[in-house]
Design a protein around this ligand. Structure first.
Ligand code: AMP
Ligand code: MN
Ligand code: MN
Ligand code: MN
Length: 289
């Protein structure tokens, strides 16, 4: 397979906090020229079968995917899993546990918002939820915009949903080692998602990468809708320095909210080892290809 593929290995459907169905995303990816696709819903693989069938029907190669929420150094880190067996019991159970506390957290978030005069946020957010086990901050953000409290979802996160703000609730997610193990023991490759987003010091970032690799993690996102061009250059260097496989993905959530559309981002620098080269046997290929 060509090394510099238009691969989009990070996006979200209504099965987590995206606004499109897996089939709509597949069609959009195909129309945008994506040559290898993965749907990576947060803490959930319930959309994998649909995404894979839709991709293959459109003649587009597919890798299974998910994005696991992990607690690390008092922050939330996202670990993308690619190319695993989506029927693996340990992975399914681990993700089920990770989703487990979301409803309780959502009630606590709503209580925090009520204290600053925003009432009915739980019911409001729930209107946007596609999967009852996956109520996320994004659904609250959509409700707060719709109810006129903010102009867009970024403003909601800034004013209400990040650390120290009224709707933020500390939460215990999966452990780093657990998440990496669930993915790798199901035959997949674990990838650190959007590393520039965490605001880690160089020391914290070094600890994240080395601990991740100790657990068997092998990849890092370099070109993503969550990185600037300068950050992509920076993390291309990090991938080389640590010998990590490089990944690429839009992190597309919604036509109305996402700056980067499926497949419409820079290609990976040619000198890097792309994660898909290590997953060749895990790629689902259309019958006609
Ligand atoms: P949760 O898993 O419920 O904590 O929600 C996390 C999700 O919120 C992320 O996956 C993003 O989709 C979204 N998100 C986080 N920070 C921001 C932000 N600053 N602006 C817009 N969306 C954000
Ligand atoms: Mn999201
Ligand atoms: Mn993420
Ligand atoms: Mn994401």
């Amino acid at each position: 397979m060509n090394d510099i593929l238009n691969a989009d290995l990070h996006c979200h459907s209504r099965v987590s906090d995206g606004t499109l169905e897996p089939e709509q995303l597949a069609a959009r990816a195909r129309a945008n020229g994506v040559e290898l696709w993965a749907l990576t819903d947060h803490d959930e693989i319930g959309g994998q079968q649909r995404a894979m069938e839709a991709a293959l029907a459109l003649g587009m190669p597919y890798l299974t995917g998910t994005e696991i929420s992990v607690s690390f150094a008092h922050k939330v880190v996202h670990v993308v899993g690619l190319g695993f067996d989506h029927e693996n019991e340990q992975l399914r159970e681990g993700l089920r546990q990770t989703r487990g506390g979301r409803e309780r957290r959502a009630h606590e978030m709503a209580a925090g918002l009520a204290k600053v005069g925003i009432h009915g946020a739980f019911e409001g957010a729930r209107q946007y939820v596609g999967n009852p086990e996956l109520i996320s901050r994004t659904h609250f953000a959509r409700f707060l915009v719709e109810a006129g409290h903010c102009n867009d979802v970024s403003e909601v996160f800034r004013r209400f949903l990040t650390e120290g703000k009224p709707g933020f609730v500390e939460h215990r997610w999966a452990g780093l080692g657990e998440a990496v193990r669930w993915i790798t023991e199901a035959g997949g490759v674990a990838v650190i998602a959007h590393p520039a987003r965490y605001g880690f010091t160089p020391t914290e970032e070094y600890a994240l990468i080395t601990e991740f690799m100790t657990h068997g993690g092998r990849g890092i996102e370099v070109v993503t809708g969550s990185h600037s061009a300068a950050e992509a250059v920076q993390y291309a260097g990090v991938a080389e320095e640590f010998g990590l496989l490089a990944s690429r993905g839009s992190d597309f959530h919604s036509p109305d909210e996402s700056r980067t559309d499926l497949g419409l981002l820079d290609l990976l620098p040619g000198r890097l080892n792309p994660v898909w080269a290590a997953l060749e046997t895990r790629i689902h290929t259309p019958a006609s290809a």
